[in-house]
Design a protein around this ligand. Structure first.
Ligand code: MN
Length: 448
């Protein structure tokens, strides 16, 4: 049932695009990638679906109007002319695969479609510099998981030294329902939240700007298709419900979180902002980078049968390298470039994305096109692969040193956080996710 490798002509490393910048071996968006996003021209309000190619974007509205996607039928043609990815997400993986293949032929050097598209270049191609990226879908529901065993263990040890990993962790993919309204587009400044904290355990809590603001390096998964309420998604079919993956920053206020989280989990410490990366890399583009699921150490329980599928164990993982970079206000003023804080791998996650989706639906919860699942902080076993400052600086005990001479236990106002992600493997063309950026702004003046 679980599809084995689905490599096709679109993955051929020999393909070249008539967009020159896409043929650079270090490019995030070669013709073998073709991720989807939603953008707006500087001169108009109407959002458009786009496909990244090199340092350019294929304007799907303009391309559809020029007849480039007519062969895919009116439903797909209409979806590509809509204001968000939702219409395409509603159609599902099969149609998304067809659009990516059509875009590959359009943007390819040496095909009849490519030659025709090249004559339309002025109409259908726009430079990335001349547009703003938006949140790629209208996100109805956002759920954030906690799928890294290393993150759960490190953080658990700080909050509950006697019981870092709770007994449910290796059975239940832990998650909570997040907030969709405060998901913001790449590059949107993030205002430091205000909230209730209890800095002195012997005094009442206080209300004010959070002091322990953090980022969380995560991977987001956009859901496509729909299961009716009451219906579950078997794990062997879960992959068809995932359109693609993106970078995600689940900004978190640790001092608010540690005071509010028990007994119902995160609330205001997480819901003030979540930044979604600009490009959704489809599962089809990620096909050459599939890996086995995380190898559970000896002695760990096997996943319960509804989460245990041989195909998923064989290829449920994704070989994605993920990095966090930071540039403070002082560094910007001194023209010091951003510094890398960590580098990790999505392969270190205890649960696969398909296990997360199947578990989410396992009670009959309907997952709808445009829903977003967050993986949880991606942290690996090594210190240099910890995906948030709470872990990297050991809750303030070992502050991170910046090249400006500054130190960070948590984020300061003016800090810009940049995530990068990419996949590479011998014999295959490297693909990337672009960058997910956000800069911290001071808390708003408020009543305290
Ligand atoms: Mn998170």
């Amino acid at each position: 049932m679980n599809p084995t490798s689905k490599l096709d002509e679109s993955h051929d490393p020999a393909l070249r695009s008539w967009i020159g910048s896409a043929n650079d071996s270090a490019a995030d968006f070669p013709i073998q990638n073709l991720p989807f996003g939603v953008f707006r021209h500087d001169f108009e309000e109407r959002p458009r679906v786009g496909i990244a190619i090199g340092d350019q974007v294929l304007d799907c509205l303009a391309a559809a109007r020029a007849g480039c996607f007519a062969a895919l039928g009116p439903l797909v043609d209409d979806a590509l002319q809509s204001w968000s990815l939702n219409a395409l997400l509603a159609l599902g993986r099969g149609d998304a695969r067809a659009v990516r293949l059509a875009a590959s032929r359009l943007l390819r050097r040496g095909t009849p479609e490519g030659r025709r598209a090249q004559t339309l270049r002025e109409t259908i191609i726009v430079g990335m510099d001349h547009l703003s990226m938006l949140v790629p879908a209208e996100i109805g529901d956002y759920t954030d998981f906690y799928a890294s065993l290393y993150h759960a263990t490190n953080v658990g040890a700080m909050f509950r030294p006697d019981a870092p990993l709770l007994p449910n962790y290796k059975y239940v993919p832990i998650g909570y329902h997040g907030r969709a309204s405060s998901i913001v587009a790449n590059g949107t400044p993030v205002r430091r939240p205000r909230g209730q904290t209890r800095p002195d355990a012997n005094a009442p809590p206080v209300y004010g700007p959070a002091k322990s603001l953090d980022y969380e390096l995560e991977v987001g998964a956009f859901v496509c298709g729909e299961n009716a309420i009451g219906e579950t998604v078997p794990i062997a079919r879960a992959e068809e419900r995932i359109f693609g993956l993106c970078l995600l920053n689940d900004w978190s206020a640790r001092d608010m979180q540690s005071w509010e989280y028990q007994p119902l989990g995160p609330f205001l410490a997480k819901s003030f902002a979540t930044t979604v990366g600009p490009w959704v890399v489809t599962l089809d583009a990620l096909e050459p980078f599939r890996t086995a699921a995380f190898a559970r150490p000896m002695g760990d329980p096997a996943p319960l049968p509804y989460l245990n599928d041989p195909g998923d164990q064989l290829r449920g993982g994704f070989g994605i390298t993920l990095e966090v970079w930071l540039r403070s206000e002082t560094m910007r003023a001194a023209e010091i470039p951003a510094v890398r804080l960590s580098r990790g791998s999505f392969g270190s996650m205890y649960w696969t994305v398909t296990q997360l989706l199947t578990h989410h639906s396992s009670n009959g919860c309907n997952l709808r096109p445009g829903d977003l699942l967050g993986s949880g902080t991606v942290s690996g076993p090594e210190k240099g692969s910890r995906g948030c400052l709470l872990e990297l600086a050991s809750r303030g005990a070992e502050p991170v040193q910046l090249p400006s001479g500054e130190q960070r236990s948590f984020l300061a106002d003016g800090d810009e956080v940049i995530f990068r992600g990419w996949c590479e493997r011998d014999g295959v063309t490297r693909i990337g996710f672009g960058e997910c950026r956000g800069e911290v702004r001071a808390a708003s003046p408020g009543v305290e």
